[in-house]
Design a protein around this ligand. Structure first.
Ligand SMILES: [Zn+2]
Length: 313
């Protein structure tokens, strides 16, 4: 039995062909930003899936799981995703099923990443877990008693849009002060850029802002650059506050953080731990570790989406 798992993100769409045991047999990547309407993105995904199956001599897959920002598990649509080029309600499940005649399950990309972590990764055996995904946007997912929390309309767990600072930075969702405006790729670059205005002689100020990214900032931090270190310290501090807020919702056994930004490692995680222990409500006596994903950066969402396609959780 074969399954297709798709991680549809604002920047990249990773499409994986999986065997029974969750092994990624083959994968391909699309640049999501090149597609300005849903139909052309769907057509491109269908083409890739067909090619993956043909190249691997597979005639039939049992299901397709898609993790996507603002993906709605209940009706299989994408609802006004802030990080995609097309807005409104996109009936992704229906559009894919029309072309491929295979059952399709759609969920939020962070839910898929959390499910992947629980089935295949570091959260194996845990039932109460919170996941933050840091990338183009900031995603969130909450599992309670082994089930992903979807809420009344399918959108529970949008932790990236919990508000840290009223009247803070403008977020892609239209509100101000959301976690995403601070802990996404854009947020981290903005934190660094704002600080560089105060320290124009810092080495990083020589790099045009358009070329600054979390990796260049992390590299500078590892070389002792104080602005870069402080950028990650502040980001970690804000993450710690967001984590404390998330913990009061669901009292998890652990917090997982995943995404490309995590290559910064302890630059971000250590201040997040300090901030979390400072802000954590006293009633939570158990240690709630902050852990990074144990799955390959892009695999977690693919694996989770694929696993979701074969289960109703
Ligand atoms: Zn927001």
């Amino acid at each position: 039995m074969y399954i297709i798992g798709i991680d549809l993100g604002g920047t990249n769409t990773d499409i994986g062909l999986l065997g029974d045991s969750g092994v990624v047999l083959a994968r391909k990547n699309l640049k999501t930003g090149r597609y300005f309407d849903a139909q052309s993105l769907v057509n491109a995904m269908v083409e890739v899936i067909t090619k993956l199956m043909f190249d691997n001599n597979i005639e039939k897959v049992s299901g397709i799981g898609i993790g996507v920002p603002c993906g709605n598990y209940y009706d299989g649509s994408i609802d006004d995703a802030a990080n995609l080029n097309f807005r409104g309600k996109t009936p992704l499940k229906t559009m894919m099923e029309e072309q491929l005649n295979v059952p399709v399950v759609v969920t939020n990309d962070a839910n898929a990443a959390l499910y992947g972590e629980m089935i295949f990764g570091g959260a194996k055996g845990m039932e109460d877990v919170v996941m933050f995904t840091l990338g183009t946007g900031v995603g969130g997912a909450i599992a309670t008693k082994g089930k992903i929390l979807y809420g009344s309309d399918g959108f529970a767990g949008e932790l990236g849009h919990s508000i840290l600072f009223p009247n803070g930075r403008k977020c892609t969702c239209g509100n101000r002060g959301c976690l995403e405006a601070y802990a996404s790729i854009r947020g981290i670059v903005q934190t660094c850029a704002e600080m560089l205005q105060q320290y124009p002689n810092n080495e990083l100020a020589r790099i045009p802002i358009s070329e600054l990214n979390p990796k260049t900032i992390a590299d500078a931090a590892h070389n002792g650059n104080p602005v870069a270190i402080e950028t990650y310290r502040r980001t970690g501090e804000w993450m710690g506050i967001a984590i404390s807020n998330a913990v009061v919702f669901s009292s998890p056994q652990a917090i997982f953080i995943t995404g490309g930004i995590l290559k910064a490692g302890d630059l971000l995680i250590q201040p997040a731990k300090i901030s979390f222990s400072k802000h954590k409500l006293y009633v939570y006596k158990n240690e709630i570790p902050i852990l990074t994903s144990q799955l390959n950066e892009n695999d977690a969402a693919i694996l989770g989406a694929a696993a979701l396609s074969n289960s109703k959780i």
